[in-house]
Design a protein around this ligand. Structure first.
Ligand code: C2E
Ligand code: MG
Ligand code: MG
Ligand code: MG
Length: 280
């Protein structure tokens, strides 16, 4: 769906996005109220090891439960929000809700690391690390349970500042992943200096991995690169068994995708967890 189709009346995809247009200012105002009114909800998607098919974590994905428009996808509002200071309260909201859920799982004996997506602007914000520490303390969740996913392009917006903030996060024990790896341009020179733990292979490489030999070769190279750097690999967007098996053969560590489970509200995941083998 485009934003227009969903009735938001604006399209946030075109580049050179003008956040000052009346429509967008309207949308931003509405989004600000949505954060205060707790209209943003999190869906969670499990990740599992490719070899043992053991659940090893979940990714939190935000949606906007709009009173009139129904459930609005992140692509409809994140690209706009992340160009404005509103991304700070939005990310705080998501980390807060994700850690609240993580704490609830902990009380029922589920040891699940929860991943949250963060934006370039969060990595340029000196207060971001303090926000994260404050929220970990509020929910009494050890930093080890929190994973932050950041795209290469977010890091490349200002590599030196991003590295400084990522280093502080890694030092306090937060797990760091590079999201959509292989989708943008790769800066291997920067990668080796980043305190990250994991590479998430972009869905565009995973989707056709069984069809295009070149994709399989790229995934194999990413896995080897990750191993050499001491990082683990996660494949996103795994939709069929053949892809799962090939990724396992290529040496990828973890998979995420519709084959395993679609993102869904925590309450609905309970039944799924009861059937799956959940560990860390
Ligand atoms: P992402 O972090 O790369 O998340 C993966 C996206 O792929 C999610 O879309 C997920 O629902 C979808 N997906 C998972 N498995 C499959 C599959 O097997 N097949 C296909 N076709 N898709 C699959 P979603 O939830 O619409 O999120 C889109 C993007 O929005 C995310 O991409 C992330 O960049 C951003 N996003 C989501 N939540 C947040 C958030 O809380 N904060 C920020 N800053 N960005 C967010
Ligand atoms: Mg992600
Ligand atoms: Mg991704
Ligand atoms: Mg992606």
């Amino acid at each position: 769906y485009s934003a227009k189709d969903r009735g938001l009346g604006v399209c946030v995809y075109d580049d050179g996005l003008n956040v000052h247009s009346p429509e967008r200012l309207g949308l931003l105002g509405e989004l600000r109220r949505a954060i205060d009114g707790r209209e943003l909800v999190l869906h969670f998607q499990p990740k599992a090891t490719l070899s043992g098919e053991e659940v090893c974590g979940v990714e939190a994905l935000v949606r906007w439960q709009h009173p009139e428009r129904g459930l609005v996808a992140p692509a409809e509002f994140i690209p706009l929000a992340e160009r404005t200071p509103l991304i700070r309260p939005l990310t705080r909201y998501v980390v807060d809700a994700a850690l609240a859920q993580c704490a609830r799982w902990r009380t029922t004996g589920r040891t699940l690391r929860v991943a949250v997506n963060i934006s370039a602007r969060n990595l340029l914000d000196e207060r971001f690390v303090d926000d994260v520490l404050e929220l970990l303390a509020r929910h009494d969740v050890p930093a080890w349970f929190l994973e932050l996913e950041v795209t290469e392009s977010a890091i490349m917006a200002d590599p030196a500042r991003a590295r400084a903030i990522l280093t502080r996060l890694a030092e306090v024990g937060v797990t760091l992943s590079i999201d959509d790896f292989g989708a943008g341009y790769t800066s291997l020179a920067h990668l080796k200096d980043l305190p990250v733990h994991q590479l998430k292979v972009d869905r565009s490489l995973v989707t056709d991995v069984t069809v295009h030999r070149s994709n399989a070769l790229i995934v194999r190279s990413v896995v080897e690169l990750a191993r050499n750097l001491g990082l683990t690999t996660v494949a996103e967007g795994v939709e069929d068994r053949e892809t799962w098996d090939l990724l396992a053969r290529l040496g990828c560590d973890v998979a995420q995708g519709h084959l395993l489970c679609r993102p869904m509200p925590a309450e609905l995941l309970e039944a799924w967890f009861d059937r799956a083998r959940v560990g860390v």
